[in-house]
Ligand binder design. Structure first.
Ligand code: AOF
Ligand code: ZN
Length: 354
């Protein structure tokens, strides 16, 4: 067991390299071990690209180790796939290359795979062991597992509050609470999620760009709630630089030609209604679009609506040094306290829903 953990640890580390590049797929790593020595390793590098097992076998071949595969063990962080998706099934590859044993961290909840991968390996005479460092894998791919099991995106609520507990002034006048270093961290976080969401008032008052500038990586899809389609089209959010989804009461399909309003080809619509829980409808619509994680960046109304719905997963709360004396009260953080970090002058605290 000890040694199993050591190799799985390495596979998890490799999987991590795919962060920000593989969603809506999970991050997956694979290490192939022969008599206590790594003979090949790989990870899923990009959405639509080869799976971790394929990369690891290619690496084994490239190192001239192919002949060792029939006495080797593959450590994979996710149950090898048994379906033909964008790539052929990994189980077929492991079987044809005659691996002796496969050790798996997490079963794949994808209904196309779930259990079939393990069964097909065993049917082919390959020894299989499951759930090695399972909790670590569940944490690593919590977005993917949340999407697969709860059919909703993983929701991270992020806010900055003043030292005296305000999100900003009542009138909405923008106030800079967090420092430049926190800004960089937030941009890094943006590269790690599929989407980023703000409410109507924040879009209007702050005119945010919601893209990644202070870090390198993928831009998330931008989402804004604009129930009555009243946002002015000249906002940064509605420029054409990346896609934006407008959550509203009126329409689901794009407006084909109306350059005066939301005619940007990158603008999409998600229709919800007043009669049902709006957060639940929003999350359902995002799940349908294969958006598996959302970073919610405010404002107060949106954050509070998520907290009340119970449909959130994580809180990242920033407490700055500034005091403003009055304003919109910050929500009380809730859930399980997970830790804190000082970033520049700001204290960040992290919570997880229990
Ligand atoms: C694996 N190894 O490295 C990954 C797996 O469209 P495809 O072909 O890329 O398949 C995507 C699905 O395959 C994904 O939803 C998940 O169930 C599984 N991901 N499986 O054996 C890998 N990334
Ligand atoms: Zn696969």
């Amino acid at each position: 067991m000890e040694t199993h953990n050591q190799w799985m640890e390495r596979a998890l580390q490799l999987a991590e390299y795919g962060r920000g590049a593989v969603s809506p797929n999970p991050m997956v790593g694979c290490v192939i071990v022969h008599e206590g020595r790594i003979i090949g390793e790989g990870w899923h590098r990009a959405y639509g690209g080869p799976h971790a097992e394929v990369r690891a076998i290619e690496d084994t071949d490239a190192r001239g180790n192919s002949h060792l595969l029939p006495q080797a063990t593959a450590y994979v962080t996710l149950e090898p796939c048994s379906h033909t998706g964008k790539t052929p099934p990994c189980v077929d590859l492991l079987v044809s290359r005659r691996l002796q044993k496969v050790v798996i961290c997490n079963n794949d909840p994808n209904p196309l795979v779930s259990g079939n991968g393990v069964r097909r390996l065993r049917d082919a005479g390959i020894e299989v062991e499951c759930n090695v460092l399972e909790a670590r894998g569940l944490e690593l791919n919590r977005r993917f597992f949340t999407a697969m099991t709860l059919k909703k995106p993983y929701v991270i609520l992020k806010w900055a509050e003043t030292a005296d507990g305000y999100l900003g002034y009542e009138a909405g006048t923008p106030v800079q609470i967090s420092g430049a270093l926190s800004g960089m961290r937030v941009h890094q976080w943006r590269t790690e999620e599929d989407a980023i969401l703000v409410g109507f008032k924040t879009a209007l008052m702050d005119n945010p760009r919601l893209n990644v500038r202070h870090w390198t990586g993928r831009n998330p899809v931008r989402i804004v709630t604009d129930r009555h389609l009243q946002l002015p089209p000249n906002l940064h959010l509605l420029d054409n630089s990346q896609s934006t989804i407008i959550v509203n009461y009126d329409r689901e399909t794009a407006i084909p030609a109306d350059p005066e309003r939301y005619a940007a080809p990158s603008t999409a619509y998600l229709k919800i209604d007043k009669e049902h829980n709006e957060i639940a409808q929003l999350l359902e619509g995002l799940h349908r679009r294969k958006i598996y994680s959302v970073l919610v960046e405010g404002g107060a109304a949106v954050i509070n609506a998520f907290l009340e719905s119970g449909l959130w997963d994580e809180i990242r709360r920033c407490q700055g040094k500034l005091t403003i004396g009055n304003g919109v009260a910050a929500p009380a953080p809730r859930g399980l306290f997970k830790g804190s970090e000082q970033i520049g002058d700001d204290l960040w605290t992290f919570y997880k829903r229990v």
